[in-house]
Ligand binder design. Sequence first.
Ligand SMILES: [Zn+2]
Length: 261
Amino acid sequence: MARSLLGRPLHEVSAYRIGDLLVDSGPPPTARRLVEWCRDATEYSPIARVVLTHHHEDHVGGAAALQEALGLPVLAPATAVPILAEGLRMPLYRRVVWSSPARFRALPLGEEVVARVQGDELRFQVIPTPGHAFTHVCLWEPSRRWLVSGDLYVHPRVKYLRRIEDVWVHVESLRRVRALEPEILICAHAGLVRDACAAIERKIAWWRGLAEEARALRSKGWRLRRIPRRLLGREGFLFYASFGDFSKRNLVRNLLDGPQA
Ligand SMILES: [Zn+2]
């Protein structure tokens, strides 16, 4: 799903149907289409519940409409429930890209969520994975080795960080899920990622490598201002479009502040 501008999609995001479970719900502009899809595509095998991986607007945007139009229960990480009830406080640029989601009452997720898939019962464990967002959780199904990873993975070489993110907490979460030895990541932005362990390791290695290089430059007396450009090049479109919320400098600063600094 995506909001489109001049016929071109801006920043795509996926929701996933696993049997009678829908994970995430896209951004607000596609809420109505998602409700229609859920109504039509599931006529003979309906969706029973919606689970949200974290409180960001591109994951929760269809939840209020699904709850209202189809009467579906919506479960969210316990820390996200009050945020969703109050309504998100979003920077202007994010309101422009996504628009603000409607407020709604979610039920707090427990330790497990069940998906019924053609007579099989898949039991997903809820794994707290903060860093990208403090509310973030992944869903882990040990018999199939599937990890529904929300925004934990996204890309192996992320060069930007939002001000509110914490890269070392994120790395800790990546390590936690790597230890589970998943086979497939079901990622909200990268699609299905096979060879999941190698993908997670590449992501950890990229940030650790950058941290090492940044520390080496700092120990040579480089100022923070110059290090991101040397390692990652100039700030790009994302920096300007987000008024500096996403920046290479945030990432480098965060890496240098880290526990291994
Ligand atoms: Zn997110």
